[in-house]
Ligand binder design. Structure first.
Ligand SMILES: NC(=O)c1ccc[n+]([C@@H]2O[C@H](COP(=O)([O-])OP(=O)(O)OC[C@H]3O[C@@H](n4cnc5c(N)ncnc54)[C@H](OP(=O)(O)O)[C@@H]3O)[C@@H](O)[C@H]2O)c1
Ligand SMILES: *[C@@H]1O[C@H](CO)[C@@H](O)[C@H](O)[C@H]1NC(C)=O
Length: 336
């Protein structure tokens, strides 16, 4: 008996010491001061459709001035009109620029400079323009890998490159990279897409370390499947395996996803995720990414091992989906 009591006391003491140590390590963490969106200039790439448009609306509702960036002018104009309905004061405006953000860094810098001359320096840049392709690795055309990396990765680098110097001079700013749950786990059919979304995470971590002393905060958002025009288009050619695996998480409304992204960006959180599964993935994949609060640090320390345990169940079930699909296909090929 005394042995057991001693063990409990020792474990308790060890836990308290560990907690105090952790507290000392993370205590100097000052959570960033929230960014006020009223009167701020928010620039949204991919702002003419889906999640990007919903993000622009959410910011506009909070009093921001908006610049939308995309290629198709008629869709940009439609989006501008839709967003303007949500104005909260008569000074607010929505500008738009038609440019391909994936092509020419110097050209992107030039047009973004013009936008900043109109509405003032960018306070928050949301890199949301993106595209996807679903298919087996060998069936995806080589040029498609290049195109996806250009739009999803370089298309986030170029606009960021265009605004970062001014942000550092002003010692303020927010930059959002819209990744995907497929940027946290590699999923069947997304070999080309996942890689571009993982790339954003590396960029974000390195950049965050550089710009934090300048009071600039980076947010990486990992949306689940979201009901948008882009999603509808991709669904038409989606592999059965991808569909079955994606059923592990539900489909979200873009307004819901946008509200969470904007809230997290305002608070300067490094991770932005949606729903219980999104939260679990964020903790599971947090690695050595920056922490923005003590609560977040503690949560990670306590739950990471447990979530790894749960993930084993999903890994096994995904494996069995892939095997089942293969057996089925081989059977149907034989009977043909
Ligand atoms: N929907 C989902 O299920 C989901 C899930 C996870 C992550 N995401 C990510 O969230 C982001 C938004 O997705 P969404 O489904 O809302 O997209 P969407 O409805 O397909 O809209 C894409 C937006 O990006 C713009 N765009 C595409 N290529 C561009 C280029 N080269 N230059 C400039 N603008 C470009 C499009 O306008 P133009 O075509 O006129 O240029 C449009 O405004 C993407 O990065 C996507 O990967 C989406
Ligand atoms: C732009 O979008 C509109 C509306 O979706 C479409 O009808 C038109 O063909 C598009 N233009 C180009 C150049 O893709």
């Amino acid at each position: 008996m005394p042995g057991a009591v001693l063990l409990v006391v020792a474990t308790g003491a060890a836990l308290i010491v560990a907690f105090l140590l952790l507290f000392c390590i993370v205590a100097p963490l000052t959570s960033p001061k929230p960014l006020a969106l009223s009167g701020a200039h928010v620039m949204v790439t991919g702002g003419s459709s889906g999640i990007g448009k919903s993000i622009a609306i959410e910011c506009f509702k909070q009093g921001a001035f908006i610049t939308l960036i995309a290629r198709n002018e008629s869709r940009l104009l439609e989006a501008k009109k839709e967003i303007e309905k949500f104005s909260v004061n008569d000074k607010q405006v929505v500008h738009f620029i038609s440019v391909d953000i994936s092509k020419d860094c110097a050209h992107v810098a030039k047009v973004l400079k013009q936008a900043q001359e109109k509405l003032g320096p960018v306070d928050m840049l949301v890199n949301c323009a993106g595209t996807s392709v679903n298919g087996k690795f060998e069936d995806i055309d080589g040029s498609k890998f290049e195109q996806l990396m250009a739009v999803n990765y370089l298309g986030s680098v170029y606009p960021t490159h265009a605004v970062i110097t001014t942000m550092k001079e002003r010692r303020m700013g927010r930059i959002v990279f819209v990744s995907s749950q497929a940027g946290q786990i590699g999923v069947f059919g997304y070999s080309a897409y996942s890689a571009t979304k993982f790339a954003l995470r590396g960029l974000a971590e390195a950049l965050q370390m550089e710009v934090k002393p300048y009071n600039i905060y980076i947010t990486v958002a990992y949306p689940p499947d979201t009901d948008t025009p882009g999603y509808a288009e991709e669904s038409q050619t989606k592999l059965l395996e991808t569909k079955l695996i994606s059923e592990a998480s539900s489909i979200c409304h873009p307004d819901h996803v946008a509200r969470i992204i904007v809230k997290d960006a305002i608070q300067g959180k490094f991770f932005s995720s949606v729903g219980a599964d999104g939260h679990m993935l964020a903790i599971l994949t947090s690695g050595m990414s920056p922490v923005s609060s003590i609560a977040e640090a503690l949560e990670g320390v306590i739950f990471m091992g447990f979530f790894r345990f749960i993930s084993l169940y999903f890994i096994a079930s995904f494996d069995s989906i892939v095997r089942r699909c293969m057996v089925q296909k081989e059977k149907s090929e034989k009977t043909d």
